[in-house]
Design a protein around this ligand. Structure first.
Ligand SMILES: *Cc1c(COP(=O)(O)O)cnc(C)c1O
Length: 392
């Protein structure tokens, strides 16, 4: 019997080492990694620059405490603010914690305006984490079921529907913020209309609400810009990061600009581990390597290659609803449940993910080259073809 709590139905495989986009299991079998630890391993596995930086930092100093100044945290905050055009950062250890910080900022913002029940607009099919506040914000009954009572102070509207947000604003005087993923990840790689974020920005400006973007999955170069919202000429008030930021070392961040950046005062919020020297080194090295090795450009090029190749092979096929992508955030939506494809892929030495029941999600490391991408495509294409047209 396992002594682990039964929170995951795990695939029957354990990996012992990795290199680039490849992983090896306990029997020595090799796998092509199209998942990257769910959009986490930005630099792939055992990237020499990251390994070296982490070893050097571990030999120097791993953790001190936020009771003291942490120069690496200052350096990382300055770097992130420069890339995102934001003012201040709070560091934590995961995506849900980053969103908790954002939700607390929104509530402080509301109380400052004498709104006693500050309420945040959230989206259908969204995912923001598994803590009580973030599972309440999440648009999935599966994530919430059994954990009632949920938190007060959230209203939900359909994703990619500006009119619905406007309507809520007209009927609810307690709204203080909108929390949204620029590209929905867990919800099925849902890409909104090009004008959606700018529309939300405008509604937020008109009503004096905070625009809070959850870039936990879409950020850190994955869509070809540093942050997915930068495909549009808008700036959020709050933005959250985690997954790809440390390339596998746990670190999360909540960035804020303008008045939202000045809301927290000593004692309002904190984290024991948040932004320790080891985690900050991982993030600084990840950002530096993305820059030096042109990984945002690579994400665009390889993402376009994968989507074009998938469309060529599977587009128009009966059972394939849509193939969509933004950089290396790619979804293949089928007309039926396809969770079993993950196991079939595994048998063939391929790591893929299925989310939202019917969407094959590919979020490979940003270092993937064209040849590896073609291998990934070939594997996925044959799996989908066999799945949709079973041999008689
Ligand atoms: C994964 C994810 C989270 C939660 O991150 P954790 O590190 O698992 O807490 C939040 N928001 C989005 C968009 C995510 O993809």
């Amino acid at each position: 019997m396992s002594h682990l709590m039964n929170t995951y139905s795990r695939l029957p495989v354990a990996f012992t080492r990795g290199e680039g986009v490849w992983l090896w299991d306990t029997s020595g079998k090799r796998y092509l990694d199209g998942v990257a630890g769910v959009a986490v391993n930005t630099l792939g596995h055992a990237h020499p620059k990251l390994t070296q930086a982490l070893c050097a930092q571990a030999q120097t100093l791993i953790h001190t405490s936020n009771l003291y100044e942490i120069p690496l945290q200052e350096k990382l905050a300055a770097k992130l603010c420069n890339l995102a055009n934001m003012d201040r950062v709070f560091f934590c250890n995961s995506g849900c914690e980053a969103n908790e910080a954002a939700i607390k900022l929104a509530r402080l913002y509301g109380h400052q305006k004498s709104i006693e029940v500050p309420t945040i607009v959230v989206m259908e099919k969204s995912f923001h984490g598994r803590t009580m506040a973030t599972l309440t914000a999440t648009g999935s009954r599966k994530v919430q079921a059994g954990f009632e009572p949920l938190l007060a102070g959230f209203v939900r509207v359909p994703f990619n529907d500006l009119e619905a947000v406007r309507q809520v604003g007209q009927h609810n005087q307690n709204i203080v913020a909108v929390l949204v993923e620029p590209v929905q990840g867990e919800g099925g790689v849902n890409i909104p209309d090009a004008a959606y974020l700018a529309g939300l920005r405008q509604i937020c400006d008109t009503n004096d609400w905070l625009l809070m973007l959850d870039e936990v999955q879409s950020g850190i170069g994955r869509t070809g810009t540093w942050f997915a919202h930068q495909h549009t000429a808008i700036k959020p008030d709050v933005m959250t990061l985690a997954k790809g930021l440390g390339s596998g070392v746990p670190i999360g961040a909540c960035l804020a600009a303008g008045p939202a950046a000045e809301l927290f005062k000593p004692g309002n919020h904190g984290s024991t581990f948040g932004g320790n020297p080891l985690a900050c080194t991982a993030a600084l090295t990840t950002l530096e390597t993305i820059e030096q090795d042109g990984l945002r450009e690579n994400a665009v090029r390889i993402g376009e290659l994968i989507v074009a190749s998938l469309k060529q092979a599977l587009g128009g096929m009966s059972g394939v609803v849509q193939i969509r992508g933004n950089g290396l955030m790619i979804g293949i939506e089928l007309d039926r449940s396809c969770g079993e494809l993950v196991k079939r892929a595994l048998a063939q030495g391929l790591l893929i993910n299925v989310t939202s029941d019917k969407v094959i999600r590919l979020v490979p490391p940003l270092i993937m080259n064209a040849q590896e991408a073609q291998q990934l495509v070939a594997g996925v294409v044959s799996l989908v073809q066999e799945f949709l047209v079973p041999a008689a």
